[in-house]
Design a protein around this ligand. Sequence first.
Ligand SMILES: *[C@@H]1O[C@H](CO)[C@@H](O)[C@H](O)[C@H]1NC(C)=O
Length: 315
Amino acid sequence: MLKGSGSAIRPVLSRPVPSCYSRLHTSRPSENYSSRSSNRRALFWLTLATATAGVGYIGGAKFPPPAIPFIFSPYATNTKDVSDEQEFEAARVVEKGLYELPSVQTLVNHSYETNSARSVRESFGIQSSANLEMKAEDADYLMIRPFTHIPKERLIRQFTAGSLRGSDMFATAPLVFSKTKRGAEHRGGREGDTIAFVHVGKNMCGYEGVVHGGLIATMFDEVLARAAFYALPSMVGVTAKLEINYRKPTYADRYFMLESHVTDSEGRKAFVAGDLREPGSHTALATADAVFVEPKFAKYLTWVGGLNVRKLMEE
Ligand SMILES: *[C@@H]1O[C@H](CO)[C@@H](O)[C@H](O)[C@H]1NC(C)=O
């Protein structure tokens, strides 16, 4: 078998392209014999290598070791079409679960439900056993659903509230508790310190089942920005630095709680810190530090442009 296939391939091996191998041996007296036997040896190894590679390829393709998809194909995609009804139902289930979290209920009892929070909750027909009748002036927190007032045609270009919104991604808006002045007096910290509850769906992974680290950075960016804005003169800022420490795997298809607070501020600069945990847990899955800077032109947006950032953030 080896011999047969050998004679078929030999002409190829001894063709015009002189291999380094045969050039190395041109000065040898027994040139003919030596090169022929080494050709045969080369052929043997070539055939063996081809056969091994073939068996390996077919075997590997049929029974891939678990590590291979882990290393080379870590992305889950959301290509499946979902009907509007299915999408709504999935979102409703997530929304209902959100209001059932004990840490949410505890906070709701000390919070004022803004229009955005009320309209999202009521759009899903969710009742809460917690007290939703607190007056704004008695509340330690404002309950807010960010981006709710943005028109659909603009929302579509928004990353977290547009592109990433949907079943198995961010099914509903995060539920944000923003500390009021009164809350800061009662509980310490500063006005604008933020606690956000969010559900991360199963199609947001890096490695299978584990939330993508870049998504965690994105969530931190938004939650830290919110706290930082309260420490900036015009309440407008851009991310200048964002540093994340990933401490534990963050598993997808769960609720998370992100907290952020201002650590220092200095003119147009705000320093903020935050952490990511499962609701009710004391273990930080990730922590973050960031610096937000107010652009110089920001004051004109508010002076001349009449932009009321506080109103936008607290509706
Ligand atoms: C919140 O308030 C409601 C009604 O006032 C009460 O029944 C419930 O036990 C409270 N929940 C928590 C977690 O404090």
